[in-house]
Ligand binder design. Structure first.
Ligand code: C2O
Ligand code: CU
Length: 479
């Protein structure tokens, strides 16, 4: 965990210089972008370079979609068809996974499960209807720790037919990199058992939309919709907007009743998203800190909220509604729900004595020798296509309990479906929220509900990509 410290020292040592340009933020939607969305996209992952930490350091050698970090923003309207062709420019096989989307199983991008991995030089076309509006993202699902960790990810926004009224919208893609003193990505994605057995590959450099953030320029009186996406391999963010009262309007793309973040921290687990509506109701010329305090001992200032001198845009905050229109999710049938339980086990300081791996029962040391340190219900998973954890009936409602017996938090991700959060450690959670990536704290038990909506074989794994690689993954079959 000592590496968190570098987030601060890195800011001082790498490139956060007075001359550095203000963080270019991806601006509001515009008609042109929406019209362009109807055209098919091409996404070409390939080696590229990116000026992640400022001009005083060499560009970082990355892997990027179409040469961009983050990858191109895909923007559609709810009900449109996504149409994107992957053209593999990497030296290894890859796929595209559409994180958080309710889609047909064969479009889910999981190698060996929903499609064959796409070899270098070859292509694969993804096409499916966009049922839900919301903030989603795409990334490879092959050798994920390295492919995502070297920069492969991008955002997919599906606009509501009738979005709430805001003055502007911004997208913040948060990433976390482990860089050396020359600003190059530190290798060791597959063979770092320490990362795998602890909190994953936590880096030392946090970027926002591919740059080191410094300031966020705002105008007094404006109402902004912020779409936050955490594409980091492992890091959880806990953002505190000092002096402000952000309202959460959606989590993981799914709308919820607008509410203040618990303990004033907007928590974003690896893979998670959050839509906020923020009234910038402080005075012109004022400044506030935006702090990431998820790992309390390593809290640092992510950037500064800087009000310009213009007079307030309006005298009183807007009082128009901020709630997002709902998505057509299947409604769980609580009365007839069937119970499922998944125990998360293993990791450093855990008590996993043994687990099954590929049909054998192995002791902790033998498992570690094979790079496996985590298990779900006593199974360490080696490959995407291992036998399923559960076989479920299509259309049925399941009450899924997640029991975290480890000393680490795990953002558990179910493909193609959303989990309704019922309770944490037996205490009901209000308001009701839906998650595709649900953070489970060390020692915590979480109860969720979901409808087995779409047939196929779906991944269920920890989105700390090094945990996934080290056994914390499985599939769930819906018949
Ligand atoms: Cu965002 Cu299985 O992944
Ligand atoms: Cu995990």
């Amino acid at each position: 965990m000592t590496l968190h410290r570098f987030v601060l020292s890195r800011r001082q040592t790498l490139g956060l210089l007075a001359g550095a340009a203000a963080t270019p933020l991806i601006a509001a939607p515009n008609a042109a972008a929406t019209a362009a969305a109807a055209k098919p996209h091409r996404l070409t992952p390939a080696p590229a370079s990116a000026q992640l930490v400022g001009r005083d350091y060499p560009a970082t050698a990355v892997w990027a979609y179409n040469g961009q970090v983050p990858g191109p923003l895909l923007r559609y309207r709810q009900g449109d068809h996504l149409d994107a062709t992957l053209i593999n420019g990497l030296p290894q096989a890859t796929t595209l996974h559409w994180h958080g989307l309710r889609l047909p199983n064969d479009m889910d991008g999981v190698p060996g499960v929903t499609q064959a991995a796409v070899p270098p030089g070859e292509r694969f076309r993804y096409r499916f209807p966009l049922k839900d509006a919301g903030t989603f993202w795409y990334h490879p699902h092959a050798n994920s720790s390295e492919q995502v960790g070297r920069g492969l990810s991008g955002v997919l926004i599906v606009e509501e037919v009738e979005p709430p009224q805001v003055d502007r919208e911004e997208l913040w893609v948060l990433d976390d990199w482990r860089l050396d003193e020359e600003a190059q990505v530190v290798p060791g994605f597959r063979d770092n058992l320490h990362d795998a057995a602890h909190a994953g590959r936590i880096g030392n450099t946090v970027t926002l939309n591919g740059f080191l953030p410094a300031t966020w320029p705002v105008r007094s009186g404006e109402r902004v919709r912020l779409r936050l996406v955490n594409v980091a391999n492992a890091r959880t963010f806990g953002l505190r907007f000092e002096g402000h009262a952000p309202q959460i309007v959606a989590l993981d793309g799914q709308p919820c009743a607008p509410h203040s973040p618990p303990s004033d921290l907007v928590t974003l687990a690896a893979g998670g998203r959050c839509d906020l509506v923020l009234d910038l109701d402080q005075t012109p010329g004022s400044r506030f800190r935006l702090v990431d305090a998820h790992y309390q001992r390593f809290a640092y200032e992510l950037m500064e909220i800087v009000y310009d001198e213009r007079p307030p845009l309006r005298d009183e905050s807007l009082d128009t509604p901020i709630a997002l229109p709902g998505n057509p999710l299947p409604i769980p049938d609580l009365q007839n729900a069937e119970d499922l339980e998944v125990v998360l086990g293993g990791g450093a300081m855990g008590h996993m004595m043994s687990a099954r791996l590929g049909g054998e029962r192995l002791g902790a040391r033998q498992l570690a020798a094979r790079g496996k340190v985590w298990a779900l219900n006593g199974f360490a998973h080696a490959a995407h296509d291992d036998p399923p954890l559960f076989v479920l009936t299509r259309g049925r409602t399941y009450r899924l309990r997640l029991v975290n017996e480890t000393r680490f938090e795990h953002p558990m991700h179910l493909h193609g479906h959303h989990l309704q959060l019922l309770a944490r450690d037996g205490r009901a959670v209000e308001p009701q929220t839906w998650h595709d990536t649900l953070l489970v704290a060390p020692g915590e038990t979480v109860d969720t509900l979901f409808v087995a909506e779409t047939p196929g074989r779906w991944m269920f794994h920890c989105h700390v990509l090094e945990h996934q690689q080290a056994g914390m993954m499985a599939t769930v079959v819906i018949d």
